[in-house]
Design a protein around this ligand. Structure first.
Ligand code: MRU
Length: 318
């Protein structure tokens, strides 16, 4: 697949799909974007798990969709399904969409079921984007963190979906994109998606957010989520909590946009959310390093959580 084969609207099956002839789960390699548009073919559930762990595919809803296809692949190949499910479930800890998708596939791991889950997840994104757009005013200048776009959701996007919907309604002036150290999901993936969608944007160093907020350059912050606890505490890419503290200080609303597949009612509050620790070498290979990949933003710092069911404000009854 070449760069020119990708239209501005990344089709869901260009991000992740199951090919029954093979069979294989085929993933757009998000590690190599935006410089190279390359696919990775996974021929077993274990290979899908490795692709999730190494972030060929990343972003909570996209991880869930990939795992659903991974289980369907295991069924097509006659793999031990309990083992396949365990391997996939262990691939990354924080995004609850992973266990949610595997549970949805457990009784009937058929390809068509995985495709339906994928279609429904993209539809949820479109619905919540429409709700989230109502939070923008004409001329809104947004800031976003990490990548919560089509790549992260296997089609359309959550936070970036909200930006798209606001842009289409003429409510968005421009987007500041946190580069998102250390893996640069913002600088590589969100900027690339916004460029494809012709939405004005500027990548900023994560540490530039404070002074830009102080200078009146940000009207709202919009992010995705990896797991939302019952009380609204929200895990998302490391650095989201810092943004939330900054936004509160500057009286700027921070909105979380995520499908209900990201909500974990079994966890009362953020203290129960497992936080992934990744290889310190992602931060620096030269010195000792510490690499927590997510943080938890307390519900009190979130102005509203937007799902496909609408705009939810505290106290949450999701
Ligand atoms: O480590 P990643 O790239 O998988 O982290 C992704 C994020 O933190 C996203 O903001 C989150 O999954 C929401 S994606 C719609």
């Amino acid at each position: 697949m070449g760069r020119g084969d990708l239209s501005p609207e990344l089709a869901p099956e260009q991000i992740v799909r199951l090919e029954e002839d093979g069979p294989a789960v085929v993933l757009l390699d998000q590690r190599r974007l935006p410089d190279e548009v390359v696919e990775v073919r996974c021929a077993s559930a274990a290979e899908v798990a490795t692709a999730i762990r190494t972030m060929v595919v990343r972003g909570a809803p996209a991880i869930g969709v990939a795992a659903a296809y991974g289980l369907a692949l295991a069924a097509l190949r006659g793999e031990d399904l309990a083992e396949a499910e365990r391997t996939l479930a262990a691939s990354r800890p924080t995004a609850v969409n992973l266990s949610w998708a595997l549970a949805a596939m457990h009784d009937d791991p058929a390809p068509e079921r995985a495709r339906a889950l994928h279609r429904e997840e993209v539809e949820r994104c479109r619905q919540m984007a429409a709700y989230a757009a109502e939070l923008f005013r004409p001329g809104s200048r947004a800031l976003t963190h990490c990548n919560a776009g089509g790549l992260a959701t296997a089609g359309y996007g959550s936070a970036v979906g909200a930006l798209r919907a606001a842009w289409e309604r003429g409510l968005l002036e421009r987007v500041l994109v946190d580069e998102t150290r250390p893996l640069l999901q913002g600088a590589r993936l969100t900027a690339w998606e916004l460029e494809q969608l012709a939405i004005p944007h500027a990548v900023i160093a994560d540490s530039a957010a404070a002074s830009l907020m102080a200078g009146g350059e940000v009207d709202l912050v919009v992010t995705g989520a990896d797991r939302i606890a019952a009380n609204g505490d929200t895990a998302n890419k490391i650095g989201t909590y810092s943004l939330a503290v900054l936004a509160a200080h500057h009286r700027i609303p921070l909105y979380v946009v995520a499908p209900t597949s990201t909500v974990d009612l079994a966890i009362a509050d953020g203290s129960g959310i497992p936080i992934e620790e990744r290889d310190p070498a992602e931060v620096t290979g030269r010195f000792a390093a510490w690499n927590p990949a997510f943080d938890v933003t307390p519900a009190g710092l979130i102005a509203a959580i937007v799902t496909e069911r609408g705009v939810h404000r505290p106290p949450y009854e999701l």
